[in-house]
Design a protein around this ligand. Structure first.
Ligand code: SF4
Length: 376
């Protein structure tokens, strides 16, 4: 199959990147040369741990320019660690592989705006250290791990340039104690064709109501593009997952989420879906001011929220339950029986109020593993 140029992919989120900065100690790595060759962008070498010589302006408006610059650097900390869930809410025991920071797409609700302290995008090029760390972790564990790269960045947005995911997919192909989940809002998938994944990688898309996707998720692929890409990777033999997160209250939310769910199941083969998560909007207190400075036309932050036990604002419990029940009713009618429907970071009480049997939330990690095994 001929290679697809990164610039020709529809809705290519990397299209906005204007320049690559390379930390001095990484400049001779073959991997860095490959990335620069594929990106075909101006490059500049900078001292290790230094900032790109760009006048970014003040926070948070600097985030706009920051998304135009990619820094290739070393990860000097850990690549692999448990997802920082919260004790007070039911967690799915996810493990995070930290491949980089920041995202070229721009969602109004993106937690990274409040979380990261650098405006530019960073990608870690010491992949040999990443795989050495994974080797050690797999040697030591008896657990089954679900591993994701989409915690501090989007898994695939610039992957057609970095091509890290094909290396990870190949690495995971014979790992019986783990599964890789690549989570995205892009359609950067052509380079995942013809890989020997051995069914051990799940490709996941975040979905939302059409109005939210259009107004609050800038530079992302449309719903139709995401679902078409999901069909393509299903044809490539990958298992699928979807994340309705964040579910946002807005005028016409019932119709909007129903329309997305109906379109999802009318388009994508249900038997290929391993899991679907639901999570209502939650955000750090400082995010509201940052997002409203950058996106003054957005209105969803003006609803009423309570501060949860994890120090994040969330909708009142009654509204969360109402929204969850609505989405679950639509999904339960259409989903395959083996698809695991679950909540991200909710209490046991919410699970039960939404029709799950008592104790169901405690078995979530096992249920996800079972769903993965049963998915075609
Ligand atoms: S796609 Fe994800 S990581 Fe990227 S801006 Fe949106 S929420 Fe943030």
């Amino acid at each position: 199959m001929p290679e697809t140029s990164p610039r020709k992919i529809p809705c290519d989120p990397a299209h906005h990147i204007r320049q690559i900065f390379i930390e001095e100690s990484c400049a001779d790595l073959a991997y860095v040369h490959e990335i620069c060759e594929r990106a075909q962008l101006p490059t500049q070498i900078i001292a290790d741990r230094s900032d790109p010589p760009v006048a970014y302006g003040s926070f948070p408006k600097n985030l706009q320019i920051g998304k135009q610059h990619l820094v290739l650097s070393k990860n000097r900390g850990c690549f692999f660690k448990p997802c920082p869930g919260t004790r007070e809410y039911r967690c799915c025991d996810y493990h995070v592989l930290n491949i980089g920071m920041g995202c070229p797409m721009d969602c109004v609700y993106c937690i990274l705006q409040a979380y990261l302290n650098k405006p530019w995008l960073t990608f870690f090029v010491n992949s040999h250290d990443l795989f050495a760390e994974l080797d050690l972790a797999f040697k030591r564990t008896s657990q089954f791990w679900r591993i994701g790269t989409g915690e501090f960045t989007d898994s695939l947005a610039i992957d057609h340039i970095t091509r890290l995911s094909p290396l990870l997919i190949n690495y995971m192909r014979d790992k019986t104690k783990g599964v890789l989940e690549l989570k995205t809002k892009s359609v950067s998938i052509q380079h995942l064709a013809n890989l020997d994944h051995n069914g051990r990688t799940v490709i996941a898309w975040s979905l939302n109501a059409p109005a939210i996707m259009t107004k609050e998720e800038l530079h992302t692929a449309s719903l139709d593009e995401r679902l078409a890409a999901a069909c393509q990777v299903a044809d490539m033999g990958y298992k699928l997952a979807f994340h309705f997160d964040p579910i946002i209250y807005h005028d016409g939310w019932q119709e909007g989420y129903s329309a997305t769910i109906k379109k999802l199941f009318a388009t994508v083969p249900a038997e290929k879906i391993a899991w679907i998560s639901l999570g209502a909007l939650r955000f750090l207190p400082q995010l509201k001011a940052i997002a409203l400075t950058r996106f003054p036309g957005s209105t969803f932050f003006h609803e009423e929220f309570i501060l949860g036990l994890d120090n994040k604002y969330r909708y009142f419990r009654a509204l969360r339950v109402e929204m969850y029940k609505h989405l679950l009713n639509e999904m339960r009618a259409l989903a395959s029986p083996h698809t695991c429907l679950y909540f991200c970071m909710e209490s046991d009480e919410i699970w039960q109020e939404c029709g799950f049997t008592p104790g169901k939330s405690q078995s979530l990690p096992d249920d996800l593993d079972t769903a993965f095994t049963r998915t075609a």
